[in-house]
Design a binder for this molecule. Structure first.
Ligand code: NCD
Length: 364
């Protein structure tokens, strides 16, 4: 299978000519053909809105299966053979450790060779090269680019540049400024799926903290449209409320939500409590606004439902009482999210390279 240039012909014609502003302006629902391969399957991942329930279910199944395959040496070698000889670039000019390592692990589990560029000063952009030129040059040496960037639309710009080029390789958004973090959202969904034995429909999820600039909660909110009768409770200080673009999306897709400004009021109502930190790297406001009302205190464990879970994308700060870290309670799930993340990234990358069926068919 040749991944390069596999692109729906009609769309390819447009993609080669379209200006960046016009590409940005295409509605999310109409952008999908520009992000898929010629068979209509996922190729570039930039935003959670691209993902439907079928593909999410597929990711969960592939992640579960890859996890169990990896338990024997023979299985491990099988996984390594899947993308052996392919090369991944981790382009991370925005600081990251956990997501970076998670992708590093996921790509090496699949046998890829991995190279990273993390220091923005080492890039030719410092010499005045445009992002699109630099992506196009980088694409010459790799089979996939996994990219985290502080600028909101940088990943989309990179996709635009490669769609125009004659070497179209997939790009995965590993965090685009304060906008989106779709792979975190998939791993969060996978965590809900595993915690609730596959029964996500009808759950109540409280998202707490800096909802305005928290890309994890933004991307996760978009995924909720794929489930029935979900209830979201947005708990934030007034100046860090969830933005209207997300609320409009939820309204359009009939996902019920309401807003509160005190976690204690809702802690007993939620099936999952998703804590976040103030994103103060995007502006001064933040750390002081996320005050006592938005912190998960130890005594809240007694108020939580018996089968509810406490989540956090990490890194965390004072928003969860550190005493909770070492309590033996199955509902404290945030130390398990990173491993779920690594396996869901294995599933995502395998699917982009059309290797998912081989994983599902493997006889253990
Ligand atoms: C998150 C991020 O980078 O947005 N971290 C992560 O990827 N696990 C959350 C955060 O930084 O607060």
């Amino acid at each position: 299978m040749i991944l390069e240039n596999c692109f729906d012909k009609g769309v390819e014609q447009i993609a080669r000519k379209i200006r960046l502003e016009d590409f940005f302006a295409i509605a999310e629902s109409e952008k999908i053909p520009f992000l898929n391969n010629s068979e209509g399957s996922l190729f570039h991942l930039v935003a959670s809105q691209q993902l439907d329930r079928d593909i999410l279910d597929l990711f969960y199944r592939v992640a579960d299966k890859a996890r169990s395959i990896n338990k024997t040496e023979q299985g491990l070698l099988f996984l390594r053979s899947l993308l052996f000889g392919k090369k991944a670039l981790l382009l991370f000019p925005q600081p990251s450790t956990r997501t970076f390592l998670s992708f590093w692990d996921a790509t090496t589990i699949l046998g890829m060779d991995v190279v990273d560029v993390r220091d923005p000063k080492t890039s030719s952009e410092v010499k005045g090269e445009s992002l699109s030129d630099s992506i196009r040059t980088n694409s010459s040496y790799f089979d996939i680019i996994i990219m985290r960037h502080p600028k909101e639309r940088a990943v989309e710009e990179a996709i635009w540049a490669l769609n125009k080029s004659f070497r179209r390789i997939p790009i995965i958004n590993a965090g685009s400024g304060p906008d989106q973090h779709p792979t975190q959202a998939i791993l969060d969904m996978y965590t809900l799926y595993k915690s609730f034995d596959g029964q996500i429909d009808g759950r109540t999820i409280a998202m707490v903290g800096d909802l305005k600039r928290g890309r994890t909660v933004r991307s996760l909110s978009y995924l909720m449209r794929n489930y029935q009768d979900m209830k979201l409770i947005f708990v934030s200080p007034p100046e860090l409320k969830m933005e209207d673009d997300i609320k409009d999306f939820l309204n359009r897709h009939n996902v019920f939500y309401y807003e509160r400004d005190d976690l204690e009021e809702v802690v007993g109502l939620a099936d999952a409590i998703y804590m976040t930190r103030a994103q103060d790297e995007y502006g001064e406001k933040g750390r002081e606004s996320v005050d006592e009302r938005f912190k998960f205190k130890k005594e809240y464990l007694d108020l939580m439902k018996e089968d509810a879970i406490l989540m956090h994308p990490l890194p965390k700060r004072e928003e969860i009482d550190p005493e909770i870290d070492n309590i033996d309670d199955n509902r404290i799930i945030y130390w398990r999210q990173p491993r779920n993340g690594m396996w869901i990234r294995v599933a995502l990358i395998a699917t982009i390279f059309q290797k998912e069926q081989e994983i599902l068919d493997y006889k253990i």
